[in-house]
Design a protein around this ligand. Structure first.
Ligand code: NAD
Ligand code: MG
Length: 406
């Protein structure tokens, strides 16, 4: 419930996906903010103990686990705290719709769509980490935010960089933007070595410590592909105005090239607390915990064009963006399945992209053409993308075991 006794400057915050990598970084920022923030809702998938710890540390009013089986553990871990506990998808969506000033959308994957949309429709500004919302149903989310009169503040470091340096008074002044990519753990690997890459290799990101799914996405560069789509919807730019450059030091996160020749960039140490603090404090800038940047120590900043032969995911994502909202939806769903299959050792590393491409091809042959017009549409399409990708995985793992048997 909204606490009427809070000082008027206190921002009420809900965190969807509070136990994840982004959720933990946000907790640091909120705790350092003291009285400036008060936490309404925290949610997690099923880790009740971690969620209860976070809820207690942040003094949240309510904690929700998506998995109903985790409810008893959550109730037990919160006993005596006075913090409400509930469980299940419906409870999560209801909690996301509680009135707050800002909701941090940090659930991973398409599971974040319904709760994030509920928060938007309830009139909460959104600090958006879950890029999958915009990839799955970008037009729908942008329209919903406009209708509700809420702001979508980008947490993704590249988009937050663009948000900080974009002069929103005159959108026509922008020639193009550049999103930087670290290049991931396989930046210098040969295709031959990549074919043998293990899940452990793929999640070992050189600069950022992140959840498993986005770490694999960074290694394939599909993460950057998803980010091109995300940028298209956030900043209303044409696909050819969104460039990607590999920048292994991860210091410059995004650049805006203006038509008059000036290029403005944002720099910071690779630390997600920086963009999170920017969103949670926005429009103010206040001190927040962060790794500091010693530019003399970094000494040199390098930029190179991505190698689309070794990293075809980037081209696949751009093609999907050209084909429209159904294709980006299927791309996202199929990627979630392909990444999971790779992490479970069902397919090899270099099969992730072909599995997604196969699902996209089959969806197009099945007559998918229109972008989702409602959340229901988006979720049905997402289910179909998953089904098609699972079929592609099964046919490949079948092939693998037949080959192995021979
Ligand atoms: P993570 O895996 O560390 O955490 C995910 C959170 O979502 C956890 O709290 C988990 O309990 C919850 N969750 C997972 N499945 C769920 C489900 N089915 N229902 C409800 N809750 C569920 O992921 P992360 O790295 O923190 O990433 C979160 C989001 O932020 C992703 O969309 C990612 O692309 C984006 N993002 C992350 C980073 C980063 O540095 N980690 C950077 C930019 C963007
Ligand atoms: Mg990013």
């Amino acid at each position: 419930m909204v606490n009427e006794d809070l000082p008027p400057t206190t921002k009420r915050i809900s965190i969807l996906g509070a136990t994840g990598s982004i959720g933990k970084s946000a907790s640091d920022v909120i705790l350092a903010g003291g009285e400036a923030f008060s936490v309404e809702v925290v949610t997690a998938d099923r880790n009740a103990v971690a969620l209860a710890e976070t809820a207690r540390a942040l003094g949240a009013n309510c904690a929700v686990v998506a998995d109903p089986a985790a409810e008893p553990a959550l109730a037990e871990a919160l006993a005596g705290s006075g913090i409400e506990a509930s469980a299940g998808r419906e409870a999560l969506i209801e909690a996301a719709a509680r009135p707050v000033d800002i909701t941090l959308a940090a659930i991973v994957g398409a599971a974040g769509l319904a709760p994030t949309l509920a928060a938007i429709e309830a009139g909460s500004d959104i600090a958006l980490a879950n890029k999958e919302c915009l990839v799955s149903a970008g037009a729908l989310f942008v329209a919903a935010a406009e209708k509700a009169g809420v702001k979508l503040l980008p947490v993704d470091s590249e988009h937050n960089a663009i948000f900080q340096v974009l002069d929103s008074r005159d959108p026509n002044s922008v020639e193009k933007i550049v999103l930087t990519a670290s290049g991931g753990p396989f930046r210098t690997w040969s295709l031959e070595d990549m074919a043998r890459a293990t899940p452990k290799d793929a999640v070992a990101h050189p600069n950022w410590s992140m959840g498993q799914k986005i770490s694999v996405d960074s290694s394939t560069l599909l993460n950057k592909g998803l980010e091109v789509i995300e940028a298209h919807y956030l900043f209303d730019l044409a696909p050819d105005q969104i460039e990607v450059l590999v920048h292994p030091q991860s210091i410059v996160h995004g650049l805006v090239a203006y038509r008059d020749g000036s290029v403005l960039a944002q720099m910071s140490a690779p630390d997600m607390r920086v963009p999170i603090a920017n969103c949670l404090w926005w429009p103010e800038r206040k001190s927040a915990p962060h790794k500091s940047l010693d530019i003399a120590e970094v000494a040199s900043l390098t930029f190179e064009r991505p190698d689309t032969e070794r990293f075809p995911a980037l081209t696949l994502a751009r093609d999907a963006l050209e084909r429209g909202g159904f294709a980006t939806n299927i791309l996202n769903a199929a990627n979630e399945i392909a990444v999971e299959a790779f992490l479970n050792s069902q397919i090899g590393y270099l099969e992730i992209v072909p599995v997604i491409a196969e699902a996209l091809g089959r969806a197009e042959s099945a007559g998918f053409r229109a972008a989702p017009e409602s959340l229901g549409d988006a979720l049905v399409m997402d289910d179909e993308g998953r089904r098609l990708a699972r079929e592609a995985v099964t046919s490949r793992s079948g092939r693998q075991s037949t080959a192995g048997a021979g």
